[in-house]
Design a protein around this ligand. Structure first.
Ligand SMILES: [Zn+2]
Length: 135
């Protein structure tokens, strides 16, 4: 798939911009979608593969980030526009500042909160409640 070569000064990796949409139920190619998406993960940005899910009637999933950079978000979004790529920004937990990759809830201020912080918050509330009951 990827073609990896070099010239005098650079490693050159060619990654197709599009991938075929393949339907395993009909065994047919039903078009194409972007193969690559720009991702913003907290203070790092990069490029990731998209995983076609259209045969399940779902939006593409985001796969492995295969290139990472630390350029400023606005600069990166402009680069993606220039390259014709979509951009996805992962939510960041407002409590611990970790990037959230899976499901998450919103805290009292309506900000994203990761599962770990949600559990700690719940434990804290339970402990306080128990303490109140003992008093
Ligand atoms: Zn958190």
């Amino acid at each position: 798939m990827e073609q990896i070569t070099k010239d005098k000064d650079n490693l050159i990796i060619k990654i197709p911009l599009k991938q075929e949409v393949y339907n395993p139920y009909t065994d047919e190619v039903e078009g194409e979608i972007d193969n690559i998406i720009g991702v913003i993960e907290g203070d790092q940005v990069g490029f990731a593969y998209q995983i076609d899910m259209s045969y399940k009637d779902k939006d593409p999933q985001i796969g492995t980030t295969f290139y990472v950079d630390y350029m400023e978000n606005g600069e990166f979004i402009k680069l993606c526009e220039k390259l014709g790529l979509g951009v996805m920004e992962y939510p960041v937990c407002a409590t611990c500042k970790e990037v959230i990759y899976g499901s998450f809830t919103l805290d009292d201020e309506g900000e994203p909160m990761c599962d770990k912080c949600e559990m700690e918050e719940r434990d804290k509330e339970l402990t306080e409640k128990t303490y109140e009951e003992i008093k």
